[in-house]
Unconditional design. Structure first.
Length: 350
């Protein structure tokens, strides 16, 4: 009789529901999908999920709950399961997406997504999820709130411009629009102050923010956003994974001689990271000679300025990760020394 060696609960998380698939691995290393069910993404739904899983799994092997890092919708479930002492793994969406392409699945639904997550869980060795530090969660809330305030202010400014352009502007409307802009300016200032204070409260976070801020063009707010959106790079294992999480990885579609699509960034990752890096990338292009050189080479090759700017965004994000992991400030000569070392090795081998 075959023995169960691994059991996984694959969960496709949405705002209002959880689509669940149970999978198990036998000692002959053949996985099996054997149960499906949908639950509400509420406290009652979470409890019902755990009871259902207990009913359909064996006690001889541990059960691991696996889900994607989908915005904020997965967090309540992850916290609930962690409180109950269950094993939880949270996987970056791009890893599941890449894995799904290897499966013989012609349709993409919530059910097939949960199956892919379950199979990924039984076939891979996953790390246990740990709760993000409260400081990163608070920073994320604040930086995202600021993003919404800026969006709203842009809309109000456009309304003010349109009202001023009319033949006979309504003075009371102009007054209210200006008051709203003043209020939003005040709120943004308050949020930036809170972010600055919070980023300096803990020694480790303060150090990480200061290290990232040594990169030309990257300020304290951008550094705090990067750390907040990656939970201090908790789930990140390498640069490629990080750029995929941010949606800054390049997708190409090529097949033979008939299909030759243009390379483009996936944009399937964290939009807040991409947005946070936009202005710093433009500043780096203007004031950092190395980044300016890279940008110029790319634009002269492709003729597309946005492609060059995205490459600098990716570079800044990778640098942030390296500096924090190596616990070192930015060194403008680091890459040049690496290139010289590689050149010496090539010359020595020849």
């Amino acid at each position: 009789m075959k023995k169960i060696v691994k059991q996984v609960v694959g969960i496709d998380v949405a705002q209002k529901e959880l689509v669940v698939c149970l999978a198990r691995m036998f000692d002959d290393w053949n996985p099996e999908l054997y149960a499906h069910k949908t639950f509400k993404n509420t406290s009652k739904g979470h409890l019902a999920l755990v009871l259902w899983v207990k009913k359909f799994t064996e006690q001889i092997a541990e059960v691991r709950y696996v889900m994607e890092a989908t915005g904020v919708y997965h967090e309540r479930l992850a916290y609930f399961l962690d409180d109950k002492g269950h094993l939880v793994s949270i996987v970056l969406p791009n890893k599941i997406s890449n894995y799904s392409r290897t499966l013989d699945t012609k349709t993409v639904t919530d059910k097939t997504a949960s199956e892919a997550i379950a199979l990924f869980g039984v076939e891979r060795k996953l790390d246990n999820w740990e709760r993000p530090k409260p400081v990163y969660k608070k920073l994320r809330q604040l930086t995202r709130e600021r993003d919404q305030v800026i969006k709203e202010r842009t809309i109000v400014k456009n309304q003010l411009h349109a009202e001023n352009a009319e033949a006979e502007p309504n003075r009371s409307s102009l007054k209210r629009l200006k008051q709203r802009i003043q209020l939003l300016n005040k709120q943004e200032s308050e949020i930036k102050t809170e972010v600055s204070v919070l980023a300096r409260e803990e020694k480790e976070t303060n150090k990480a923010v200061r290290l990232i801020s040594t990169i030309p063009g990257v300020g304290e707010l951008t550094a705090a956003t990067i750390l907040a959106e990656t939970n201090g790079f908790e789930l990140i294992r390498n640069k490629r994974q990080l750029t995929g999480y941010a949606g800054l990885d390049v997708r190409e579609k090529q097949s033979g001689t008939s299909v030759n699509g243009k390379p483009r960034i996936s944009k399937r990752g964290n939009k807040y990271l991409r947005k946070a890096l936009h202005m710093p990338a433009l500043a780096a292009i203007r004031y950092n000679e190395r980044h300016k050189g890279l940008y110029t080479r790319l634009v002269s090759k492709h003729g597309i300025k946005m492609k060059g700017a995205v490459a600098i965004q990716r570079k800044l994000l990778e640098l942030s990760y390296i500096l924090v992991k190596n616990n070192q400030p930015y060194d403008p000569n680091y890459e040049r020394r690496i290139e010289e070392t590689k050149l010496k090795k090539v010359v020595g081998q020849s």
